[in-house]
Design a protein around this ligand. Structure first.
Ligand SMILES: [Fe+2]
Length: 352
């Protein structure tokens, strides 16, 4: 069984300046190792550096501990009795709640096989035991600094995109709806966790490039001139550029750039056709359109799911959407609607 997770922090005034700038608490590191005596050296070194240290053994409850405690970094032994350390790393990197946490894998032996496996499971680093204090300090600090920087950049981009969304519509929740639809539809299609994460993150930032479009054009009620239309089309290129610093979320960039392409090549910015359009962008645009159609806006009422699917089907007949993705999406929405109706019927029956 996993030990009770506990925090052991030393005064950060006397020790290292490893401070979480948002809440002034020291960065939190979880050491996962079956043997308490084996965790002790790493724990003492990290405490000396001023971190808060949590400990766990490698039982299956380690996942729950990580989700609940949200460590800034995990130091994970590869040889564990219940689950292989590499397997734990792989699962953590595939879960959207833990995928951004840096993981250092550790072992007594330094073999080529271990290093290959670290890459295979998306581990961030590999260290041999016993730990060298300088090496451990340097690697841990570097990974935590990178994580904080990435989180800061992502937060700024998401905040800008939210402001943009509230500027162009009275409903500020559209990105949240697209994100939740992306997660369910991605799981329905059995897409990889990474691909689902890219769709979800794209929901937040795909139109961030609109920040560069003047209100007079973006919010114009009448027909746009060709020059104004051209300017609006630039939002995908500007958005792609703004999101370039998104380190390990590079998979979001093709979605941002290509979410207005059309299956027949009549879209923008590159006029790509068919499967030249990145697959995630093909899927994303259907989620985005469906959400827009089923949401109420100042100038329109919300369409019902059936009406929205009919409009998407019309667009598909015109050649704008990938028929196969639309077919899968239609089946997905119909199944969700059937389930909703069934639940409503059960509730009515229970009341009577
Ligand atoms: Fe867009």
């Amino acid at each position: 069984m996993m030990n009770q997770v506990f925090g052991l922090s030393l005064s950060t005034e006397l020790n290292s300046p490893v401070i979480n700038k948002q809440n002034q608490a020291p960065a939190k590191i979880l050491i996962v190792d079956d043997r308490p005596y084996s965790r002790m050296p790493a724990r003492d070194l990290l405490l000396l550096d001023g971190y808060e240290v949590l400990e766990a053994d490698g039982s299956s409850s380690v996942f729950e501990s990580i989700i609940n405690n949200k460590p800034d970094l995990v130091l994970l032994d590869v040889v564990l009795s219940e689950i292989d350390g590499f397997e734990i790393c792989k699962l953590l990197k595939q879960d959207h709640r833990t995928s951004q946490i840096p993981i250092i894998l550790a072992a007594v032996a330094d073999t080529r096989e271990y290093r290959r496996k670290v890459r295979e499971v998306d581990g961030d680093d590999f260290l041999t035991k016993p730990f060298d204090h300088f090496q451990l300090s340097t690697r841990v600090k570097s990974l935590i600094d990178q994580k904080r920087l990435k989180e800061g950049v992502e937060q700024v981009l998401v905040d800008i995109a939210k402001v943009m969304e509230s500027r162009s519509s009275d409903s500020g929740s559209s990105s949240t709806k697209v994100a939740s639809l992306a997660r369910y539809f991605g799981e329905y299609l059995q897409m990889s966790p990474k691909a689902i994460e890219n769709l979800v993150f794209a929901a937040n930032v795909h139109d961030i490039g609109e920040v560069a479009i003047p209100d007079a054009i973006l919010l114009k009620k009448g027909e746009l001139t060709s020059q104004e239309r051209e300017l609006i089309h630039q939002h995908v290129l500007i958005g792609e550029k703004l999101c370039q610093p998104l380190g390990n979320r590079q998979g979001v960039l093709p979605i941002i750039r290509h979410h207005h392409e059309r299956w027949d090549g009549s879209g923008y910015p590159d006029g790509l056709a068919g499967n030249e359009i990145p697959q995630l962008a093909q899927i994303f645009q259907i989620l985005d359109i469906y959400t827009a159609l089923t949401s109420e806006r100042p100038h329109k009422k919300a369409y019902t799911p059936t009406q929205a699917l009919e409009i998407i089907a019309e667009e598909t007949n015109k050649g704008w959407r990938n028929p196969q993705v639309v077919e899968q999406f239609t089946a997905f929405i119909r199944a969700a609607e059937d389930k909703k109706q069934l639940q409503e019927s059960i509730q009515i029956l229970n009341k009577n």
